[in-house]
Design a protein around this ligand. Structure first.
Ligand SMILES: [Zn+2]
Length: 253
């Protein structure tokens, strides 16, 4: 449809150019039309690319249906082995975190099988709306929890390793949203901002930020995830399984 419109515009332009041999000066209205045609073309290309990417994710979901159903709910799964459509930014594998220190030897996102399946469905839904899930943290080995506690022994910031965290069970994730190209959208604070501005009940935020947080929350909740009051980025997966705290360590390639 857009391509047909472009063809018509180009034909009109061609016709007007032939006429303009009388006068070599391109009129300002023709210039404006040219500009408009260019911007329509750029928009058309962008829309086409987005549709292709979304279609690809659906195809993969279709292709991987058998694989997804064969995954054991309790197994630890590397999310990147199942989908290329998550954006990974594993903050604890870098020094860009509140500990100012890397506590993972490499960036991997492992979660329990049941959580991986729900995450893939949620991400496909976000992609339909023009977004992607960006992962900041997933399963966190118990020994890393101890390491974090040693650096920051403050229960307001780090879960005491005695009781452990849902991250240690492979059933919690820290996430935000990006557009389809991977550009992060505004959630009002950075990840791991430990202040009231990161609370779900905090409303002194722009309409856009409130809408972004609402989109993240409502979609995640519809796939079985639940929030904690103090961190907009943290989601626990509601499950009947009583997962144990684990110290499984992933291999780095
Ligand atoms: Zn978390």
């Amino acid at each position: 449809m857009i391509k047909k419109l472009l063809m018509i515009i180009l034909l009109i332009l061609l016709f007007s150019c032939q006429e303009s041999t009388v006068s070599p000066v391109i009129s300002s209205s023709t210039m404006a039309l040219l500009e408009k045609s260019k911007s329509i073309q750029l928009r058309a290309e962008k829309i086409e690319q987005n549709i292709l990417e979304r279609q690809e994710e659906y195809n993969i979901l279709q292709d991987r249906k058998d694989l997804l159903t064969s995954i054991d709910d309790k197994d630890f799964i590397d999310i990147e082995k199942l989908s290329n459509y998550f954006v990974l930014d594993m903050k604890y594998a870098t020094s860009d975190n509140f500990l100012k220190k890397a506590v993972y030897s490499c960036a991997k996102c492992y979660v329990r099988g049941i959580v991986a399946k729900a995450l893939i469905k949620a991400n496909a839904d976000f992609m339909k709306k023009g977004y992607r899930i960006k992962l900041f943290d997933c399963y966190r080995p118990h020994s890393v929890q101890k390491k974090m506690w040693k650096i920051v022994p403050n229960p307001g910031y780090v879960a005491n390793p005695k009781g452990g965290s849902i991250h240690n069970k492979g059933a919690a994730i820290d996430i935000t949203l990006t557009d389809l190209k991977g550009n992060q959208i505004d959630m009002g604070t950075a990840f791991d901002h430990f202040g009231k501005e990161a609370h779900h009940a905090y409303t002194k935020l722009s309409k856009e930020v409130i809408a972004n947080r609402k989109l993240l929350r409502s979609t995640m909740e519809s796939y079985g995830f639940s929030i904690i009051k103090t961190e907009w980025w943290h989601y626990n997966f509601k499950t009947d399984y009583k997962f144990q705290i684990s110290d499984f360590r992933w291999k780095c390639d």
